[in-house]
Design a protein around this ligand. Structure first.
Ligand code: FAD
Length: 504
C-alpha cells in the first residue's frame, strides 16, 4: 500500500488565523511526522484588529493546553460577559446580549415562554433581571462559573475574553514555534500549480526562494492569495444585507476600571465598538461608505472615545460575504481569506477556530477525497449563513428612521431563513437552534427582545402553571440572580488577584 499521508503543511500568513492554525495543528498532529511551515511578511503586516471573542474560545484554549490566567496575563485581556447594544432598536435604547442563559428551564420549556406570560399578565420584573451575566456586567463584577454551586445561577455563568490582538498572535507564535512550527519571513510573489491536478504545488518568495507542500492553508487575509489569487474560487458578496464595508480603528487610554463587556453603539451610518483591555481601550467605527466619508467616520470615532487617542487611525476596507468554497483542491482557507462577517457579534475568531476543528475532523491524505471536501464546504457555508442571519437581525429589527442608512436597513429584504425565524417568534415565542448552530435561543431572544420584537403568544404549556406559582417562581429566580451578583468580586479585583498583565 502506498503511503499517502500528508507530509508537508504550508500555512500562508501569520495573522491571528495563521498562528491559531499553526498552534493547533502542531499540537494535535505532533508525532505524525508532519512538517509545518508558516510564511508571513512583516512588511505587509496583519489586519491588526480582532480583540473581542465569544465563550467558545475557551475550548480552543483547552485544546492548546493553555493556562487561562497565563493567557489573560500575556494578552492583557479582560473578561467579557456579553455585548451592550446602544441605540439599535431606537435612539436611547440600551440592552445587553449576555452569554449564558436567562432564568432556568421549567416544565421542559425555555424560560422565556414563562417570562412572556408573566410580563403579559402585568409582571414587573424585566427580562434582564433573570440573567446573571447581565447583572454582573452592569455591576462591573466577574468570577468564573462555580460548578460546586450547581443549584445557583453562579454555575451557569459564561464568559469570553477581550484581548490585545498583537499580543495574542505573539503568544500563539511562541507556542507554535515551541512545538516545531518553522516560520519563514518573506513576501510571496507567485504561486505555481500542478499542470494535471490544478493543486497548488509551490509558493515562490522574493529572493528566489520557494516552498513546496502537500496541504496549503491560506491565511493571507482579505487578499486570499491562494484560494482566490491562484485558484479563482469566487466570493459571494452579502453587502445588500450587511451594508457596512469600512472601518476605522484606534486605541485610547483607559479611564477607570475596564468593563466586563464589549459595547456596540449604533451611529448614523454604522456602529462603534468599545473593547476595554487591561492595557488600553480598543475602539473602532464600522460604517457604510455609501453614506459616510472616511474623514467623517474618523470624526465620529474620535468624538466617541472615552480617553485620549494613543494610536493612529487604522482604516480598513472589506466586503462582507463568503468564499464560494473555503476548501478548494489542496487549499483550505481560514480567517479573512475565507470570508468576512462584520465584527458586531465578535464571530471571526470563532469561525477560524471552527474551521480548524472541522479541518482536523476531515483531515485529508494526499488523495484529497472530494466527498470530505464537499462536506467541509457545506458545513462551513451553513455556519456562515447562520451567523450572517443573526447579524442581519440587528440591522433589520430597528425602528430608527433618522438616517438614510437606517431607513435602508429597516426596509431591506432579508433572507427567507431569517424572515421565517422572526415570523415564528412573533407568533408564539418559539426559537429554534438548527444543527447546533453557534447562536443559541438566548442570543436570539436577547436581540429580538432588546430591539422590540415581541411575540403575540407564548408556548401553550407555559399557561398551565397557576398564577401564584408563576409569580413566586419569578421572584425566587430574580432573588437568586441578585444574590449571585452581590457575592461576586469586582472585575478588576478578580484580574488583580489572578491575572494582572505586565505593563509591557
Ligand atoms: P491578517 O491579519 O490580514 O493576516 C494576513 C497574513 O498574511 C499576514 O501575516 C500577512 O503578512 C500575510 N500575507 C499576506 N500577503 C502576503 C504575501 N504576499 N506574502 C507573505 N505573507 C503575506 N474578529 C473577532 O473575532 N473579534 C473582533 O472583535 C473582530 N473585530 C474586527 C474588526 C474589524 C474592523 C475587522 C476588519 C475584523 C475584525 N475581526 C474580529 C476579524 C479578525 O480581525 C480576523 O478574523 C483575524 O484578525 C484574522 O485575520 P487573518 O489572520 O485572516 O488576516
Amino acid at each position: 500500500m502506498t503511503d499517502n499521508r500528508i507530509r508537508d503543511i504550508v500555512i500562508v500568513g501569520g495573522g491571528t488565523a495563521g498562528w491559531m492554525a499553526a498552534a493547533a495543528l502542531s499540537r494535535v498532529l505532533a508525532g505524525g511526522g508532519i512538517r509545518i511551515r508558516l510564511i508571513e511578511s512583516e512588511a505587509i503586516g496583519t489586519v491588526g484588529v480582532g480583540e473581542a471573542t465569544i465563550p467558545h474560545i475557551r475550548y480552543f484554549n483547552r485544546l492548546l493546553g493553555l493556562d487561562e490566567n497565563d493567557f489573560v496575563r500575556r494578552t492583557a485581556a479582560t473578561f467579557k460577559l456579553g455585548i451592550e447594544f446602544v441605540d439599535w432598536g431606537r435612539l436611547g435604547d440600551r440592552y445587553i446580549h449576555p452569554f449564558g442563559s436567562y432564568g432556568q428551564e421549567m416544565e421542559g420549556l425555555h424560560f422565556h415562554h414563562f417570562w412572556y406570560r408573566y410580563a403579559q399578565g402585568g409582571g414587573m420584573l424585566p427580562l434582564d433581571r433573570f440573567s446573571i451575566g447581565i447583572g454582573a456586567a452592569r455591576a462591573g463584577r466577574f468570577q468564573r462559573p462555580d460548578g460546586a454551586r450547581a443549584d445557583t445561577p453562579l454555575a451557569t455563568l459564561s464568559y469570553a475574553f477581550q484581548f490585545d490582538a498583537a499580543r495574542y498572535a505573539r503568544y500563539l507564535r511562541e507556542r507554535a514555534e515551541a512545538s516545531g512550527v518553522e516560520r519563514i519571513e518573506g513576501r510571496i510573489t507567485d504561486i505555481r500549480l500542478n499542470g494535471e491536478t490544478g493543486h497548488v504545488e509551490t509558493v515562490l518568495l522574493e529572493g528566489e526562494r520557494s516552498v513546496d507542500g502537500d496541504l496549503f492553508i491560506d491565511c493571507s487575509g482579505f487578499r486570499g492569495l491562494l484560494i482566490e489569487g491562484a485558484l479563482a474560487t469566487g466570493y459571494d458578496d452579502w453587502r445588500h444585507w450587511l451594508p457596512c464595508d469600512r472601518a476605522v480603528a484606534r486605541a485610547c487610554r483607559r479611564l477607570g476600571d475596564p468593563a466586563p463587556f464589549t459595547r456596540a453603539t449604533a451611529k448614523a451610518a454604522g456602529w462603534q465598538w468599545r473593547i476595554p483591555l487591561q492595557s488600553r481601550t480598543g475602539n473602532g467605527h464600522v460604517y457604510c461608505s455609501d453614506n459616510l466619508s472616511d474623514d467623517a467616520a474618523l470624526a465620529v470615532l474620535d468624538a466617541g472615545l472615552d480617553g485620549e487617542a494613543i494610536s493612529d487611525p487604522n482604516f480598513l476596507r472589506f466586503t462582507t460575504g463568503a468564499r464560494r468554497k473555503v476548501w478548494n483542491r489542496n487549499v483550505v482557507s481560514l480567517g479573512l481569506a475565507a470570508g468576512f462577517l462584520e465584527p458586531l457579534e465578535s464571530t471571526s475568531i470563532h469561525l477560524i477556530q471552527s474551521g480548524i476543528a472541522r479541518l482536523l475532523t476531515n483531515f485529508p491524505d494526499r488523495g484529497f477525497n472530494q466527498h470530505d471536501i464537499d462536506y467541509y464546504n457545506r458545513r462551513t457555508r451553513a455556519e456562515y449563513e447562520q451567523v450572517r442571519d443573526f447579524l442581519i437581525l440587528h440591522y433589520k429589527a430597528t425602528q430608527r428612521d433618522d438616517t438614510p442608512f437606517w431607513n435602508y436597513c429597516r426596509t431591506m429584504p432579508i433572507p427567507a431563513t431569517l424572515e421565517e425565524r422572526i415570523a415564528i417568534f412573533r407568533e408564539n415565542a418559539r426559537l429554534y437552534r438548527h444543527d447546533n448552530e453557534l447562536f443559541s435561543e438566548t442570543s436570539w431572544l436577547a436581540v429580538l427582545h432588546g430591539q422590540h420584537i415581541a411575540p403575540a403568544r407564548y408556548h401553550p404549556i407555559a399557561g398551565f402553571l397557576p398564577d401564584a406559582e408563576l409569580e413566586s417562581r419569578m421572584n425566587r429566580i430574580a432573588a437568586a440572580m441578585d444574590a449571585g451578583v452581590a457575592g461576586m468580586p469586582a472585575h478588576m479585583a478578580f484580574i488583580e488577584r489572578y491575572c494582572r498583565a505586565d505593563a509591557a
